[in-house]
Design a protein around this ligand. Structure first.
Ligand SMILES: C[S@@+](CC[C@H](N)C(=O)[O-])C[C@H]1O[C@@H](n2cnc3c(N)ncnc32)[C@H](O)[C@@H]1O
Length: 382
């Protein structure tokens, strides 16, 4: 291990404590001990943003220049390690496409571990091993015997296993779909996901003891994401969302089905009640998504297209010639009406932050509520 890596690791630990709001000394110590450079393997992707979108350029580790690699490894940023199923080590050219695995930025990883209130003695189930870095932090603090981590992608899982071994940790690593695979005898104190879900998978409730917690990014195809922190109770779970702004790749089975193209359909026209650009605000986007839980968002600003994956319904906005905006809606669902209704309910409550919302998971369904569980609420597509 190079001396520059040891120095950069200490600097990252110091940064998390001094500037990133991490207060739990035990997590700072874990960051100071876990060699993140091992978890990045021999290559990562750098994003090159261009007119055609982002191209992911593989950057290989140069063993003659450990300083550069170590500076990169200990930057507080996410590093993409797989794009559309191709590992950075295997890429021979820059690739278009979507990241499918990464090492999340350390400040967010640690903030989530803190938010999950994980402490000594806890048995933890992590969904989304990825590079294994967050698994390594868990092992460092709790001991590998307390940690189980599930990774969907076998090649990613193999890479993480090797990195964890070389860092001296041997937690239970499972290759499979962490949303469905489960161990009937397991009783975890904490479940933490590092990929986002559209609703809480039932097996998560079954695997966490009553009084234990689930901490997960909760997202939708409009791109609104919140961090849910739920306490499990007999038959369900509930809790408020945390105030953190975040974005995570989807858990693979929850991602939007792929769409090669769509035909723009116009349909009924009316003036909008709200400016379409409100969806540029992350909290407003999350709220609108509650109204249209199976729609995706294309465009931004005044020109927004909502496309419903389930029914093919569409809503398209544009500036109106006389001022304001107009929307055209096509198909069985009036997507813009539903998004506007949700936004107006939120505005009537004073446009509070996402921490004013929470989620109740019950056998009858999953509902996001505003204010308290008896307040206005919306069903998740569980
Ligand atoms: C953002 S990365 C994880 C970051 C990781 N914890 C780290 O610190 O390196 C998300 C990971 O979740 C994995 N994943 C996606 N869907 C999954 C699923 N259903 N079950 C288990 N893992 C999943 C992806 O393959 C990806 O490796």
């Amino acid at each position: 291990m190079s001396s520059s890596a040891a120095r950069h690791r200490q600097e990252l630990a110091g940064l998390l404590a001094s500037e990133k709001g991490v207060t739990d000394r035990r997590w700072i110590e874990a960051v100071a001990a876990v060699p993140r450079e091992l978890f990045l393997g021999d290559a990562v992707f750098h994003p090159d943003d261009g007119a055609q979108g982002t191209l992911w350029r593989p950057v290989r580790r140069d063993r003659t220049d450990p300083e550069t690699w170590s500076r990169m490894a200990y930057a507080d940023r996410s590093w993409v390690t797989q794009v559309d199923g191709v590992l950075a080590e295997d890429a021979t050219r820059a690739l278009p496409g979507a990241p499918t695995s990464s090492s999340t930025l350390p400040s967010l990883v640690v903030k989530m571990l803190e938010r999950a209130e994980i402490a000594e003695g806890d048995r933890v189930l992590e969904i989304g091993t990825g590079t294994g870095y967050s698994t390594g932090l868990l092992c460092e603090r709790l001991g590998a015997g307390q940690v189980t981590s599930v990774e969907f992608d076998p090649a990613v899982a193999a890479r993480a296993r090797a990195a964890l071994e070389s860092a001296g940790h041997a937690p239970a690593l499972i290759v499979g779909d962490g949303l469905t695979a489960y161990d009937r005898d397991a009783e975890y104190d904490r479940l933490i996901a590092t990929c986002s879900v559209r609703y809480i998978p039932a097996p998560w409730i079954w695997q966490v003891r009553d009084g234990g917690t689930i901490t997960t990014p909760l997202s939708g195809w409009l791109g609104g994401t919140v961090l849910a922190h739920l306490t499990v109770e007999p038959g369900g779970a509930g809790g408020r969302f945390l105030p953190d702004e975040l974005s995570f790749m989807f858990a693979r089975p929850h991602d939007r089905p792929s769409r090669a193209h769509y035909l723009l359909r116009l349909g009924e026209q009316r003036e909008t009640r709200i400016a379409p650009a409100v969806l540029d605000d992350p909290a407003a986007r999350f709220v609108a998504q509650l109204g249209v839980p199976s729609a995706e968002l294309l465009g931004a600003g005044d020109h927004v297209v909502l496309l419903d994956v389930a029914t093919g319904s569409q809503a398209t906005t544009e500036p109106a010639p006389g001022g304001g905006w107009r929307v055209r809606q096509h198909g069985p669902l009036r997507l813009w009406d539903a998004a506007e209704d949700a936004i107006e309910t939120w505005r009537e409550a004073g446009s509070p932050p996402v921490s004013a919302f929470g989620l109740t998971v019950a056998p009858q369904g999953q509902r996001v509520w505003l204010g308290d569980p008896g307040g206005p609420s919306w069903s998740l597509p569980a």
